[in-house]
Ligand binder design. Structure first.
Ligand SMILES: [Zn+2]
Length: 163
């Protein structure tokens, strides 16, 4: 019989080589000094390998994972807040468009009433006077929306500063 291959010797050493083949290999090792020496080497190696343990995870493993999760949650929260912040911005844009259209209507009204001024002399100045309150109202609404916007965004900035 030929000498055993490395695969056969390893199989004998770790116990995966069984049956008649394993028996024959074992018998060869008993009678052949060369293969017997190799087998004892592989057996010693197999014993050392099975004695190895998986390395312990780093001590701060849990903390690191939790920190990563928190960063991810903060990013999701930022995205949610951005969406929320977009709502007042959309409302602002809508009001601006409506206000602009309304302002144009008032201009037209003033024009037509200016034409009627000869008949109703008071109406023109009244509508002209309405333009100032309208502008002031639009300004206050803008300030209100901007305040709401900054309040919506503030928690995100605070959280970003913490981490
Ligand atoms: Zn041999």
């Amino acid at each position: 019989m030929n000498h055993l291959t490395d695969t056969q010797l390893q199989g004998l050493a770790d116990g995966t080589l069984r049956g008649p083949e394993g028996l024959a290999a074992r018998e060869h090792c008993d009678s052949c000094g060369e293969c017997g020496a190799e087998l004892s080497l592989y057996s010693a190696l197999a014993g050392k390998l099975s004695a190895l343990r998986d390395p312990d995870p780093p001590a701060d493993f849990t903390a690191t994972v939790l920190a990563a999760v928190q960063v991810r949650e903060a990013q999701l929260a930022t995205r949610r807040h951005t969406l929320l912040a977009a709502l007042p911005a959309c409302a602002l844009a809508l009001v601006a468009i409506v206000g602009w259209g309304l302002s144009a209507q008032v201009d037209k009204l003033i024009d037509s009433f200016t034409a009627l001024r000869t008949v109703v002399g008071v109406a023109g100045p009244v509508f002209a006077a309405m333009r100032l309150p309208l502008g002031v109202g639009a300004f206050f609404f803008l300030a209100l929306v901007l305040t709401a916007l900054s309040r919506t965004l503030r928690p995100v900035h605070a959280r970003a500063a913490e981490s």
